[in-house]
Design a protein around this ligand. Structure first.
Ligand code: NAD
Ligand code: IPM
Ligand code: MN
Length: 352
């Protein structure tokens, strides 16, 4: 029996994770689900945002479903030494799982163009996969410091780090439309020069069938919202991917529609890309679609159950039509939306 560890975390994390768990239990009743602490709530309980009981639970997990971590701008957690802050717990979790490739799909399902603030003709048919490098760059480099009036971080990549994430992007493109756009800042940064060189060499060596092009991150920030259909797979380094994926959330219409899968050495980590939304936490109005779709990605990539994953995607699309949440201009709260997903699942039972 597969074991899934859930880490609801802070803010709206527990609200959206509870919704995703309800859906998981419906489509995969045989899986064992075990809940543990991460983030600020873990710090408050254990003095550590990624405490030992959580680390231990991951040892025999087949996949991990995360909610969100972190507090509001004025939260006391933000005054802790950096390694004790909620976000450091999440980064340590990603590292512990060896999840170096973060897949962030940006899709506008047919009939849901009206949820996008973009003109319907721009939003229609958009299907982008952002592959964000997740264990390198400024996020993890030890060469960092704040000291008086000076501070620095270091964006460093090595060829093996670039190649392993680029392979995931090329592999994904092979199952899709065969196009990869590598995003960098090679007109200014040496680290991007290496990134571009290594991605190109890998394509020339092992992925000749893939169409590869390179674009600068500033220009992509404009094009991804003004002409999103130009992209199939985007591969980029950690910080650029973080920023571009929140921007890309504008296309489907909300951060609440952006799931993700982080893959690498061992068990995968599945999480919505949005944060803990302190402004709406505890009100029961968060959009759980990203968390529910992340559970779908868990079934697809973590447990290799594409049929169950497809059922979830279809049910979420139906629920978004029937019961759009407030972030999408609708009136449904978290529970109402989740019930709509569950009833859509009931009306499309599993095959066999
Ligand atoms: P955020 O993503 O939490 O919120 C940005 C805006 O989007 C807010 O107005 C929020 O209400 C809205 N929003 C986000 N998710 C939503 C949802 N599911 N339904 C409806 N509305 C939604 O970003 P922020 O405010 O910059 O960050 C808040 C905290 O979350 C910070 O502590 C940050 O570090 C943390 N954070 C955590 C993660 C994570 O756990 N993966 C990701 C991003 C930010
Ligand atoms: C995300 C978040 C995290 C990141 C933070 C909370 C550490 O913004 O998952 O996109 O920057 O990776
Ligand atoms: Mn982010």
């Amino acid at each position: 029996m597969p074991k899934i560890v859930t880490l609801p975390g802070d803010g709206i994390g527990p609200e959206v994770t509870a919704a995703a768990v309800q859906v998981l239990r419906e489509v995969a009743p045989d899986v064992t689900i075990e809940e543990h602490l991460i983030g600020g709530v873990a710090y408050d309980t254990h003095g550590d945002p990624f405490p030992q009981p959580t680390r231990d639970a991951l040892a025999n997990a087949d996949a991990v479903l995360l909610g969100t971590v972190g507090g509001a701008q004025d939260s006391a957690w933000n005054l802790l030494p950096r390694h004790l802050r909620p976000e450091s717990g999440l980064l340590a979790l990603r590292k512990a799982l060896g999840c170096y490739a973060n897949l962030r799909p940006v899709r506008v399902q047919p009939g849901l163009e009206h949820l996008s603030p973009l003109k319907a003709e721009l939003a229609r048919g958009v299907d982008i996969l952002i592959v964000r490098e997740l264990l390198g760059g400024v996020y993890f480099d030890g060469d960092r410091k704040i000291d008086g009036d000076t501070a620095y971080n270091t964006m460093r990549y090595t060829t093996p780090e670039v190649e392993r994430v680029a392979k995931v992007a090329f592999w994904a493109a092979e199952q899709r439309r065969g196009r990869v756009t590598s995003v960098d800042k090679a007109n200014v940064l040496e680290v991007s020069e290496l990134w571009r060189r290594d991605v190109t060499a890998l394509r020339d060596r092992d992925y000749r069938g893939i169409h590869l092009n390179h674009e600068y991150v500033d220009s992509v920030a404009m094009l991804i919202v003004s002409d999103p259909s130009r992209y199939d797979v985007i591969v980029t380094e950690n910080l650029f991917g973080d920023i571009l994926s929140d921007l890309a959330a504008v296309i489907p219409g909300s951060l609440g529609l952006m799931p993700s899968a982080s893959l690498g050495d061992g068990a995968g980590l599945f999480e919505p890309i949005h944060g803990s939304a302190p402004d709406i936490a505890g009100k029961g109005i968060a959009n759980p679609a990203a968390a529910i779709m992340s559970a779908g990605m868990l079934l697809r990539h973590g447990l290799k159950r594409p049929d169950a994953a497809n059922r979830i995607d279809r049910a979420v699309a139906l629920a978004l039509r029937a019961q759009p949440t407030r972030d999408l201009g609708g009136a449904a709260d978290t529970q109402t939306f989740t019930r709509a997903v569950l009833s859509a699942l009931e009306s499309s039972p599993a095959v066999g």
